[in-house]
Design a protein around this ligand. Sequence first.
Ligand SMILES: *Cc1c(COP(=O)(O)O)cnc(C)c1O
Length: 381
Amino acid sequence: MGLSKTIWSNPTEYIRTVKPENPVIFFSPAVLQAAARRFIDGFPGMVTYAVKTNPSEVVIENLAAAGVRGFDVASPNEMRLVRRLAPDAAMHYNNPVRSRAEIAVAVELGVKSYSVDSATELEKLIELVPAENCEISVRFKLPVAGAAYNFGAKFGATVELSAQLLKRVAEAGFIPSLTFHPGTQCTDPHAWESYIRAGAEIAQLAGVTVARLNVGGGFPNHRLQAVVPQIEDTFALIDRVATEAFGDQRPLLVCEPGRGLCGDAFTHIAKVKAVRDGQHVFLNDGVYGALAELPLVGIIDRIEVVDSEGRKRNGALESRIVFGPTCDSVDRIPGELMLDEGVSEGDFLVIHGMGAYSIATNTRFNGFGELTIATVLSLKV
Ligand SMILES: *Cc1c(COP(=O)(O)O)cnc(C)c1O
């Protein structure tokens, strides 16, 4: 009887041994737990995790083990997942539009924090949720700045409407709070500054002392070799501006990163199925699979090429057009990728920083998308 090996040294050991035909995403618990500690030690407030970013059980479990005590949830299924894996954790239900049935599940599962960005949805909450010890955060928005993807396009109230909603929250006996999301992969710390100052203005307009200010997710992960995110600088700026803007009414701070926590803990590999006429590289994964986010948020250039034995290619780089496996013409990685000139059929593209919005949004379109998660001690190839 042999024991199956479930923890690998690194991606190349896996490639050599398993010779996978389908895409694989490698998970490093050590990297994830280090990211969690970096947030917990550095952020001047409570750290929660936005479950949608990567709802894998191993992610929730490792974050809970590393000390994350709160989770941003958007649906009953996410709530049940968190209750099962981290029964004592706080749940912040920060999807500002909910059906009555969904609200009933949240009340049943003990959710004590909700966000809202409209008068109608606020009245629904006031009607259905017991006010005692329960927080309602008003989600506000500003014209977008600094992020890769505009979150204000769907959710968030203007400063004036937010002040009215905040007043109503307080009058209805709920704990009044504020929340915003500066946009995902936000590499400009000053986006947070504008939002925090606007938050103080809303509190003043409403004449309400805000209990907590949730500064959202949006913290970047390492996608471009040349841009190493300095999240400690953002933490310091948030801390300084919160005091400047709110003075002795400074609220407790909360953050709810998704990408910033799990992005760098996963490395993805896709096999080269063909190099057509020396130019077009066809992979076994693409924009309907784990690479769904690249056209939306921009390319990751932390890519290496290894051969079928897991040996890294070290030749000169050349630009290549790269396609996914489906028959749909949008299934192409935008632009051209700089890949090793020797890239050949049977090689693997190793893409680092792939933990966010990859496993979660992978589809089975055209019969592809069978993705294995493998645990490794190190993500280095
Ligand atoms: C998606 C989302 C997050 C996480 O965003 P990241 O950019 O991945 O950090 C946090 N809060 C809310 C409300 C979200 O919708």
